[in-house]
Design a protein around this ligand. Sequence first.
Ligand code: AMP
Length: 557
Amino acid sequence: MNILEKIREHAYLTPERTVMICGSRRLTWQQLWTWSDRLAAWIAAVEQDKAPVAVYGHKNPWMLVCFLACVKSGRAYCPIDISVPDERVKMILEALPSGIVLTTETLQFAADQETACGKRIIGCRDLEEIFQREDLEAPGADQWVKSDETYYIIFTSGSTGTPKGVQITADCLGHYLDWSVGLGTSPEQKAGQVFLNQAPFSFDLSVMDLYTCLACGGTLFCLEKQVQADYGRLLESLEVSEANVWVSTPSFADVCLSDPKFDQKLLPGLQVFLFCGETLGNRTARKLQERFPGAVVVNTYGPTESTVAVTDVLVTPELAAADHALPVGRTKPGTRIEIHDTDGKSVPEGEKGEIIIIGDTVSTGYYRQEELTKKAFFTVGESRAYHTGDEGYLRDGMLYYCGRIDLQIKLHGYRIELEDIENNIRRLPQISHAVVIPNQRGGKVSSLTAYVVLNEHARKLQEDCGIGLQTAESAVVQEKQFSSPGTGDLQSGAVSEKQSGGGYIPEDEKVMSARLKECLAAFLPSYMIPKKFVFLNQMPMTNNGKADRKLLGGKKA
Ligand code: AMP
């Protein structure tokens, strides 16, 4: 499908229908089409090169106008949410050569509010003015992003500590949408329905709700960050949404399920739950089936690098009741999955190996990162293929996901490279070494612990304060002892309090952890900041000189 043609069709047929609702802000299909035309013409006039354009902000209908304006002007867009910390925003802006950045929220670090990283800031006031300019002539379809050109770039966590930009072409998006409109319910049923948006636009899960909704001529109801953080408002908003199609991470559904009022009475029109991005637990699926008898539950799987998702399975009550983990589904048309061993050879059915995705939604690679692209992407015949780094197996064509083979994790639905956190912790002047270990609960990552070694100067200060440094062995024993089920995740300092007389001064350790967390907030989004810091006298090493993650409770590097 050509999504821009589809959107034009809907804007023509239902101009007055609302396409997007974010809090009190609404946008009609007509406004979306006309304003994005005008902004596209303006961009084409001020920008010489067709470089990708960053769009910074949160859930604001104007974000969508900006996205479409970029692609109508023949440029890819790169969404950046306000939850991305300044240092990362700067890295992304510096990676993109365009001369402008479109914003619907204030870029705090831009001192003059005129430029950011050498780019001209086009803020809400400018946008409003451009939207009203009738003299700006709509670009023809021949100027739109072409099928093999990049439509959007989404930056994800990168193991070097620098985010990497996944390039998705218009064709990838079109092939994905040909399939996603039929997930759970038919495209006819989805026509004109209300889709719920939970994920920020800088996460590719949002493509599932945003673009499937646009393809179906629906209305996107956005749950803003502050609404998601406020329980009372969240349920109220859900009720007001009258959503028919639910798209979220399973973690978000778990949050909602903890309130007994979250059921079909709250959302009588809900017909389908679409999940992606992390493991959907049997229990979550069962609870949803109990509380929403009128809705079906669909599990989908895929990475940003292959346009949101490539497999799906309808979770029947029988599947949810089984004592094995839920499968992640069968491949969509145009995609093939192979399971490879460590030599890159296909393994027989039922055997575990790396999940390889081959097909028409695989990205063209990481933006201006040739080396990284070569490592992760390859071709099979004419098709692009991607090494997911996920472990899984196939049985009767059904894919089962078994976790990661590297150091990437999912925490509350967010994709995180542990090395990304570690590299950023090492940027702190107090730290000489850091290893981050995920803590598991109920088969999922529930929090992160950073094991750190302080540099000499900080160590001296620490010792002067009387904070004891632990050996790796004793730290691990304590972690196990106090993190056993029932005690919950330990906040920094909790170990120390229980260790009275053990040489710890809880308050000081707390202060040190709090200080490190504060410093880290400049480089990392809050969900990537470890909950707990453990101070080691030295990092345990394996025989080949790598940090011994296994000893600290994690996987081998
Ligand atoms: P992202 O690029 O943020 O969508 O993250 C992609 C990764 O999330 C995949 O490589 C998997 O490790 C994980 N993932 C995606 N979908 C599922 C699923 N249905 N079940 C378990 N893990 C998933």
